[in-house]
Design a binder for this molecule. Structure first.
Ligand SMILES: Cc1ncc(COP(=O)(O)O)c(C=O)c1O
Length: 372
């Protein structure tokens, strides 16, 4: 029988979390949050209790904005905003602010999240589907030559990483002078990015940036002039740009954690280093798939593979179920694929340590050896 101490250790031990989001956070960040939870140094109270108008929080917010700017070398003509409502609210805010009833926007449809973005934009104005890979099970990102782009479009919208299918744009599409808007929820700051290629970026924090509850929006200054008069105040980017994300109470705790995560990325060596680490992790998993003699079948086409979500099938659904449950027993959790694709999905965001991926690769080899 386990002793009480052993049982307590078992219950509180961390396992490897391959879930798609909310997702793994860096351990040093969690430790700092835990250490300072009762009283933020110098403040005498918890981050959970503090006023969003306090000097302490003002410094946290300013620090978060400055560090995000530094991490991604965001040019000075962009605003960095922390909003509520998740990435899903951006599906509506983007067209409400940028589309206008008499204009059309181009959407590249590469998965369920792009389709949701299209649905919301259609409520606001005209949408043209510049390309879709739906009839191929969203297994790839379209080539530039496949995009039917309108030179007069209000903007082009893409989803840089398709969380469910495990596909990722390898480079930005060329959109000429038409502003490029991107949902970067599941690969934000996972590799170097040239922000000047985009007019607007948005990301729910809960994969690569922090806990659920805050959405990062990076918007180029000139776009603010596009918002029509009469928008609900909270849905107008101008409100948040003008009041530096403090028009109303922002998600204080989530912003605080984002600040720590971004600091952790800077300490790692910035996006070049983060990108190298992510590429190595993804390569280890794709190698395990490709060298399995067909036991593991990748969902994404080789030229569209995501470094964040690695998706694959096994020879049968029964084996997939066994894979997920046996992996969980070995402390490898959250590997069940999204219900619309099935199979296995390993989400390996920035904070997933290489040793987690190595453990999964070891398990995959063992499982294939036993069942192949
Ligand atoms: C690419 C992408 N966009 C949007 C969303 C929706 O984000 P939220 O739940 O923050 O609204 C998700 C969630 O998984 C996502 O992966």
């Amino acid at each position: 029988m386990a002793t009480i101490a052993e049982e307590k250790d078992r219950m509180t031990r961390r396992i490897f979390n391959f879930g798609a989001g909310p997702a793994v956070l860096p351990e040093p960040v969690l430790e700092e949050v835990q250490r300072d939870l009762l009283a933020l140094p110098g403040a005498g109270m918890s981050i959970l209790e503090i006023s969003h108008r306090s000097k302490t929080f003002e410094e946290i917010l300013d620090g978060a904005i400055a560090d995000v700017r530094r991490l991604a070398a965001i040019p000075s003509n962009y605003h960095v905003l922390f909003l509520g409502g998740g990435a899903s609210l951006q599906f509506s805010m983007v067209p409400m602010n940028l589309l206008g009833a008499d204009r059309s926007a181009d959407y590249v449809v590469t998965g369920v999240w792009s389709k949701k973005a299209v649905k919301e934009a259609q409520k606001v104005g005209m949408v043209s589907i510049a390309a879709t890979t739906e009839d191929e099970g969203f297994s790839r990102i379209p080539q530039q030559s496949e995009l039917r782009l309108d030179a007069e479009a209000a903007y082009v919208h893409i989803t840089t990483n398709n969380t469910i299918y495990g596909t990722e744009w390898q480079k930005e599409p060329e959109t000429g002078s038409v502003p490029l808007v991107a949902d970067v929820s599941s690969d934000v700051f996972s590799r170097p990015i040239d922000v000047s290629r985009y007019a607007l970026l948005y990301a729910g924090a809960q994969k690569n940036l922090g806990p659920a509850g805050v959405t990062l929006v990076v918007i180029r200054e000139d776009l603010l002039a596009h918002s029509p008069q009469g928008l609900p105040t909270m849905l107008d980017y101008n409100t948040h740009a003008k009041d530096k994300s403090l028009y109303n109470t922002p998600p204080v705790f989530a912003v605080y954690v984002v600040r720590l995560v971004v600091k952790w990325m800077l300490e790692m060596g910035g996006l070049e280093a983060v990108g190298r680490a992510n590429a190595a992790k993804a390569q280890a998993l794709y190698d395990a798939i490709d060298s399995s003699g067909g036991f593991y079948r990748p969902h994404a086409k080789p030229d569209s593979r995501s470094n964040m979500n690695v998706t694959f099938r096994l020879p049968s659904e029964d084996l997939e179920k066994a894979f997920v449950s046996e992996a969980a027993k070995e402390g490898l959790s959250g590997l069940k694929g999204h219900r619309s694709v099935g199979g296995i999905r390993a989400s390996i965001y920035n904070a997933m340590p290489k040793k987690g991926v190595d453990a999964l690769v070891g398990f995959m080899k063992k499982f294939a050896g036993k069942n192949g």
